[in-house]
Design a binder for this molecule. Structure first.
Ligand SMILES: [Zn+2]
Length: 157
């Protein structure tokens, strides 16, 4: 299990660098991030949270002790993500973060978003996400801009 950066560590407030090399080292990092996320009962984890300032995260919604109502999906590695367009509607929901243990906050997120990102082989994928999965994407995307729940909730209030 990789060590998880806790709020206050500088890596969490840096803009992450684009991934340019899609090799076995990147695959290994993705595997280690997935293991770390699962052991911590998270539904997503971003590379800066394991002290790697790279534009990469994993979203893996599944019902667990932290999020009993989460939908089940296969873990998806998301690299160099972009949000192309968003719904007008935003929805409030409770979020936690592996880097802010013990904290849960109400955060407004777009109900649906159109996104574009690369997978581990460097292939571009484009799709619409909605609901809880869109929420995870927006939370992890924030991490790549150096924004945690602390900054997000400070902004929206
Ligand atoms: Zn987080």
């Amino acid at each position: 299990m990789l060590s998880i950066a806790i709020y206050g560590e500088q890596v969490l407030n840096q803009v992450a660098q684009p991934v340019t090399v899609f090799d076995s080292e990147l695959q290994t990092l993705a595997d280690e991030m997935l293991n770390t996320m699962q052991q911590a009962h998270g539904v997503g984890i971003a590379a800066p949270q394991v002290h790697r300032s790279l534009q990469m995260f994993i979203m893996a919604s599944n019902p667990n002790s932290r999020y009993p109502d989460a939908p089940l999906m296969a873990p998806q590695v998301v690299i160099n993500p972009q949000i192309l367009q968003t719904s007008e509607a935003q929805v409030w929901g409770e979020e936690g973060c592996l880097s802010l243990p013990q904290e849960r906050c109400q955060v407004a997120r777009f109900e649906s978003i159109e996104v574009r990102y690369q997978d581990l082989s460097g292939e571009w994928c484009q799709e619409w996400l909605s609901g809880f999965v869109a929420r995870i994407f927006q939370h992890e995307f924030d991490h790549l801009q150096g924004i945690t729940l602390r900054e997000r909730t400070a902004k929206s209030t």
